[in-house]
Every structure is written in structure tokens, then in C-alpha cells.
Design a protein around this ligand. Structure first.
Ligand SMILES: NC(=O)c1ccc[n+]([C@@H]2O[C@H](COP(=O)([O-])OP(=O)(O)OC[C@H]3O[C@@H](n4cnc5c(N)ncnc54)[C@H](O)[C@@H]3O)[C@@H](O)[C@H]2O)c1
Length: 249
């Protein structure tokens, strides 16, 4: 495999939460670029190869909030595909839209465990092999809510701020290793995640986007394909905005 060229053909990419939504779009795009795409998701039975438009190199049922589950999936994937160059940590949940003083305690723990703990667990299993290979690209899916406060979703925003801080820290730990770690900060995108939100919250989010429309899954996937490639060679620990002009910081 030639990993010195500009493309990612032949590389193996794990995409967590890749059964639907943004993860599925990223998987599809990486498959189009010639990657062997591995899907990790808590609900793999919902993966539809025809709708996806590609055949995964491996499909593992994983709960990213559970380290043992992640370790088992990593071991099984490595045994099946042999090497992993790209890890896209996309699995996430929104949780309820509720003010902090009414926020359910169990929802707080779950949102943190999946959205932040999940990213740590997946990086924890993937980084030793990437360091040993002297090459890797990790892309964590944060959110615009990881850079600014959003009323009603404090747990989600706290977890996503955590993903940004975690990304910057791990990137510095790995800066001279050939393993680059970045994250993306997208604004609202029409996926099943919106089912967890109230209509008022969705309308307020759209109103904040100067381009006046939602982001698309394909736009996210295009950016991730570049960040995950060898062409992204001098940027690590960065949060790439996809904000339609909302982010000016
Ligand atoms: N949709 C948006 O507006 C938006 C905006 C910014 C960031 N994001 C982030 O993008 C990512 C994907 O969101 P989406 O909109 O595609 O959501 P989605 O609900 O459509 O898909 C999420 C996927 O993650 C999987 N998943 C959830 N919990 C999991 C777990 N514990 N272990 C393994 N898999 C799990 C689900 O089964 C599903 O396939 C999330 O991290 C989300 O926070 C979404």
C-alpha cells in the first residue's frame, strides 16, 4: 500500500456511528475514494448495503461508551482487515433539550459517556498501532456546540467542548509520530439526530447560520475525506468549522 501519495486508496478507515446520517455519508465518500471502510455502530442490523452504496470491509456492533466493547471490536477488525490508517470518531447522541436545572442526571452521564468517553475509548485502542506504523489520521466529530454555548443542550455542548480539548491534547502528544488528530465542528445537519430536538431548538439553530440553510452530509464528508488524507500533512489539533459563516472565532 502506498500511503505517501496524495490519496487514500487502499487505506482502511473505521467510521463509528456509520450506519446512518453523517457517519454513513463519510463512509460512502471514503469508499468512493477507494478506502476499505469499516463500520462500527451500536445498531449494525440497520445497515443497508444497497442504500449505503458500498460494502463495508467489516461491520462491528459496538457501544463506544463501553471500553471492553470497543477493544473487542478493534481486535476483531484488525484480525479481519490487518491494518487501520483512518479512525473517524463520529458516533454521538444529542440527549434531551432541557435547561440544566431540570436536566435528567442519567441523560447527563450518557451524553458524556457516548460523545466524549466514546472518542477517548476509540483513540485509546487505535493510537498504539498508528504510532507503531508511523502513520494515522484521526478525525473526531465535535460540533459548533463544541465551540460556543447552546441553551438547552449543556451536556452535549460540554461533551463536544471536551472533544475539542481532547483533540488538541492528543494531537500534541502525537505531533512527531506521523499520526495527525483533528476534529470538525459542524452546524445543524438534517439527520435522525434532529428527532431528539424540539422544533424551537432546530429553528433557533437554523436562524444562527448566515447562509440560511442547513449543512449537508455530503459537505461534511468532503471535508473529512481531505482531513483523513496524506494531503492534510501540517495541520493537527485543529477544529475545522463547517458553519455556513456562523463561526467567526
Ligand atoms: N446532525 C447534526 O446537526 C450534527 C451537527 C453537529 C455535529 N453532529 C455530530 O455528528 C455525529 C453524527 O450525528 P448524526 O446527525 O449523523 O446522528 P444520527 O443519530 O443520525 O447517527 C448517529 C449514529 O451513531 C450511532 N451511535 C449512537 N450511539 C452510539 C454508541 N454508543 N455506540 C456506537 N454507535 C452509536 C447510531 O446508531 C447512529 O448510527 C454525532 O457525533 C453528532 O453529535 C451532528
Amino acid at each position: 500500500m502506498d500511503i505517501t501519495g496524495p490519496g487514500i486508496k487502499g487505506q482502511v478507515a473505521i467510521v463509528t456511528g456509520g450506519v446512518r446520517g453523517i457517519g454513513l455519508g463519510i463512509g460512502r465518500r471514503l469508499a468512493q475514494e477507494g478506502c476499505r471502510v469499516v463500520i462500527w455502530d451500536r445498531d449494525v442490523s440497520a445497515f443497508d448495503t444497497e442504500r449505503a452504496g458500498f460494502m463495508p470491509a467489516d461491520l462491528q456492533r459496538v457501544d463506544v461508551s463501553d471500553f471492553d466493547s470497543v477493544q473487542r471490536a478493534w481486535d476483531a477488525t484488525l484480525e479481519r482487515v490487518g491494518h487501520v490508517e483512518i479512525m473517524v470518531n463520529n458516533a454521538g447522541i444529542n440527549g434531551p433539550v432541557t435547561p440544566v436545572w431540570e436536566y435528567p442526571l442519567e441523560a447527563w452521564s450518557r451524553v458524556l459517556a457516548v460523545n466524549l468517553g466514546g472518542v477517548f475509548h476509540c483513540c485509546r485502542v487505535a493510537t498504539p498501532a498508528m504510532r507503531a506504523a508511523g502513520y494515522g489520521r484521526i478525525v473526531n466529530v465535535a460540533s459548533a456546540a463544541g465551540k460556543e454555548g447552546v441553551p438547552g443542550i449543556a451536556a452535549y455542548a460540554a461533551a463536544k467542548h471536551g472533544v475539542v480539548g481532547f483533540t488538541k491534547s492528543l494531537a500534541r502528544e502525537l505531533a512527531d509520530s506521523g499520526v495527525l488528530v483533528n476534529c470538525i465542528a459542524p452546524v445543524m445537519t438534517e439527520t435522525d439526530l434532529l428527532k431528539e430536538m424540539t422544533p424551537e431548538h432546530i429553528a433557533a439553530s437554523k436562524a444562527k447560520i448566515p447562509m440560511g440553510r442547513f449543512l449537508t452530509v455530503e459537505e461534511i464528508a468532503a471535508m473529512v475525506a481531505w482531513i483523513a488524507s496524506p494531503e492534510c500533512s501540517f495541520t493537527t489539533g485543529f477544529a475545522f468549522d463547517l458553519s455556513g459563516g456562523r463561526a467567526n472565532y
